[in-house]
Design a protein around this ligand. Structure first.
Ligand code: C2E
Ligand code: CA
Ligand code: CA
Length: 721
């Protein structure tokens, strides 16, 4: 309580301020009254209680005081003052706890009214001082203590030394400590034993002791229990002289909120099947990475499972899903915690390696290293529901250190995507680094697609033929290879336009045109060369067309070709999708007289079980296995295995891409029934040149085999545009 300096014992000269100024510094309301109960001084706090009135005549009417909080019984302050002031020789005369309604507070506040007489030099009570003390905080403390005993939150209260005196049941439950044990601990002992703060402990204590409060998120680890996220609020209660009376702690369990938050986050940012992050999170992370200045290069790697659609369609979604989960696990195992592994959609995954290196060339080496590691790890056999199947991925890499010129995170993903598609176009199971060229390539593909839509097949397309030679050097067959001469795009290689035409489904029309022309050619050649076969490539899109068989039957009738002289080349992928239906179609084709050849044999992912089921005539060993023979022992072993398998099943084998005499000789040594095709014998050439080169010297004897092969030097180059 503030005592008011009066004249006694002090000379006014010592006091450099007014009585009013001093009184205004008090936290309590002060009203000095004359004997006639006239206010001589009202300090600032009291003025607030009087609702702002300046020395009002009717002081007592302006103070609204009640005897009880809830009962609206006014207290007669004037009477109380009149009957108690000046009546005693004591300084402090009377105190009373009452309820006051002030202008600021809406509800009643508890206050203590206290009267003190002030004596003059003759020791007569000359004035009386009415003091009004706000009791709210004290009553609040008591209410708090009362409340915590029944609260759902964990709460404790300590004595003035910090020793826990009242742990409530929830607190006991959270801490897994008995009340007895807790009561032997100070709250600091407990904090140190079970609480992990997100801020330094010193800061917590600093705030608690300076401001009386601290609140924040913590992790509570009760003995051998799992950690619980919670909000801890610590309060320090002091008396009016700022002596510590109690510490109070309140713990609110955040587990449920965290769980809900986690669930929402999972739904919004994570893929349900694989548990990996999703596209949205990738966009967020990329955007975040692009907003701050980037001294380092980051790598964005996009990958796609080769032939996943076929696996899904043939073996079912359950197996497809299982494969996706395995791939996700492998990717996750390759990444560090700071990297982001994402399932973008379907069988497309992405990895973000942030800030890998400041040096461009080192960053590049690292990024490619990571990409190859990923490709290598995923190029594997997977066992799914007792089936073992091979699977590989196409990987696109984009390295960046600053935002793309026009655009945002979408642009970055687009670049990585272009690189990935390029890896796919190169045959899959590849890594491709983004280069600017790809942007123009994407434009070209679009142009190509438009050009394909407007192309006049007869004007722009031409069939080329490549010879297949037996071990004795005789020509046996001609593979039809399509060439597109576009007026402005020039000669477009089939590896470029066929995928585009498949995507745009123009392949159906083009494929039909090829078959039509090839049938006519086969029929024409057959007149003189009875044993010459013509092979035609069939796109999976074409094959799976519903009307494929009907169209072919129509063409046979129209061209009068004998299907016995035609080989249809299908890739393994064709056989895997919708196996039952594919099997039916193939059986139908065979019943019509066609030979069926498996193109690019060995590059597919499938088990060879289909060889058992399908009436196949021929296997074409992919060029990639021929390229490095006889030096590469693995390839030699593969070729050897395929030859043995074929011999068993009485299948013809064609080795593709034979480029050197050494390869040809080696293959001849392996089998004298092998057929060979490749630049060593001839490049694909137009029909007329093919005739000149391979068929012109044959006599008219229908039994005569086509002429033996000219030396490679004589082989004619495709016409250049
Ligand atoms: P493919 O069916 O595997 O055809 C063999 C490819 O290898 C041809 O490429 C051929 O020119 C090339 N080749 C042959 N010998 C050698 C060699 O010794 N060394 C090298 N490096 N390459 C050799 P081309 O003509 O560019 O055709 C590429 C692919 O386009 C074909 O691969 C085939 O999948 C597709 N294709 C071509 N014509 C048609 C068609 O009429 N219809 C369909 N659906 N696809 C076609
Ligand atoms: Ca082929
Ligand atoms: Ca091939």
């Amino acid at each position: 309580m503030t005592s008011i300096p009066l004249k006694q014992g002090l000379s006014t000269a010592d006091i450099d301020c007014s009585l009013q100024q001093i009184a205004d510094h008090s936290n309590d309301g002060l009203i000095l009254l004359s004997k006639a109960l006239k206010p001589l001084l009202i300090n600032q706090v009291a003025r607030q209680y009087l609702n702002g009135t300046e020395l009002p005549n009717d002081l007592f009417k302006n103070l609204r005081i009640y005897t009880q909080k809830r009962k609206n019984i006014q207290f007669n302050l004037k009477e109380w003052v009149q009957s108690n002031a000046f009546s005693s020789r004591q300084n402090r005369v009377k105190t009373e706890l009452l309820w006051l309604k002030s202008a600021q507070q809406k509800s009643l506040i508890p206050v203590i009214f206290q009267l003190s007489n002030i004596h003059d030099s003759s020791k007569q009570a000359a004035n009386t001082l009415l003091m009004i003390q706000d009791q709210s905080s004290k009553i609040e403390t008591e209410a708090k203590i009362c409340l915590m005993k029944t609260s759902g939150a964990g709460q404790f209260i300590t004595d003035s030394l910090g020793l826990i005196t009242e742990p409530n049941p929830t607190f006991i439950q959270y801490t897994h400590l008995s009340a007895k044990k807790l009561k032997k601990m100070t709250y600091i002992d407990w904090l140190k034993a079970q609480v992990t703060f997100k801020v330094p402990f010193d800061l917590v204590m600093d705030s608690l002791l300076k401001t009386g409060n601290w609140s924040g998120e913590i992790q509570l680890t009760a003995l051998e229990q799992k950690t619980m996220p919670a909000v801890l609020t610590l309060s320090m209660l002091t008396d009016e002289n700022r002596n510590i009376e109690h510490f109070i702690g309140v713990i609110q369990d955040l587990s449920e909120i965290h769980e809900a938050h986690h669930k929402i986050e999972q739904l919004a940012y994570y893929d349900r099947l694989t548990g990996l992050a999703n596209r949205t999170l990738m966009h967020n992370q990329l955007t975040q990475l692009l907003t701050k200045p980037q001294p380092s290069y980051s790598a964005l790697i996009l990958l796609d499972i080769d032939s996943f659609k076929i696996i899904n369609d043939t073996l079912g979604y359950a197996i497809g899903d299982e494969l996706l989960i395995l791939v996700a696990q492998k990717l996750q195992a390759l990444a560090h915690p700071e990297d982001l592994v994402v399932r973008m959609e379907g069988d497309e995954f992405a990895l973000l390696f942030p800030e890998i290196n400041q040096d461009a060339s080192e960053a590049l080496t690292q990024a490619l290293g990571l990409a190859y590691k990923i490709q290598d790890a995923l190029d594997d056999r997977y066992t799914l529901e007792n089936r073992s199947l091979h699977c590989s991925v196409s990987v696109g890499v984009y390295l960046f250190s600053e935002p793309p010129q026009e655009g945002d995170s979408n642009e970055l993903i687009r670049y990585a995507n272009m690189a990935m598609h390029e890896a796919k176009n190169l045959g899959g199971n590849q890594v491709y680094l983004f280069e600017d060229r790809l942007c123009s390539l994407a434009k070209q593909r679009l142009e190509m697609l438009q050009a394909l839509n407007h192309s006049e097949l007869d004007d722009e397309f031409e069939l080329y033929f490549q010879a297949q030679i037996d071990a004795q050097g005789q020509i046996v067959s001609a593979e039809t290879l399509l060439r597109w001469f576009h007026p402005t795009l020039g000669l477009v290689p089939p590896n470029e336009f066929i995928p585009v035409a498949e995507e745009g489904r123009q392949i159906i029309k083009i494929g039909l045109w090829v078959m039509h022309k090839a049938f006519i050619q086969a029929k024409a050649w057959h007149k003189k060369h009875k044993d010459l076969r013509v092979a035609i490539n069939i796109s999976p899109i074409q094959f799976h067309e519903q009307s494929f068989i009907e169209l072919i039957i129509g063409l046979i009738k129209f061209t009068q070709v004998n299907p016995n002289h035609i080989t249809l080349e299908l890739t393994e992928g064709v056989l895997i999708r919708n196996t039952a239906l594919a099997l039916q179609k193939i059986q139908h084709l065979v019943s019509l007289g066609f030979h069926i050849s498996i193109d690019d044999f060995g590059t597919g992912y499938s088990s060879l079980s289909y060889l058992q089921k399908l009436p196949i005539h021929e296997l074409k060993i992919d060029r990639s296995f021929i390229q490095h023979i006889p030096d590469n022992q693995d390839d030699v072993a593969i070729v050897d295995t395929i030859l043995k398998l074929a011999q068993n099943k009485q299948l013809t084998v064609v080795a593709e891409g034979v480029e050197t005499e050494r390869q040809a000789n080696f293959l001849r040594q392996q089998s004298n029934e092998i057929l060979m095709q490749g630049y060593f014998f001839s490049k694909p050439v137009p029909a007329k040149q093919f005739e000149q080169q391979f068929l012109s010297h044959s006599n008219n004897d229908p039994q005569h085999r086509p002429q033996s092969v000219p030396s490679p030097q004589e082989s004619i180059q495709p016409r250049s545009h």
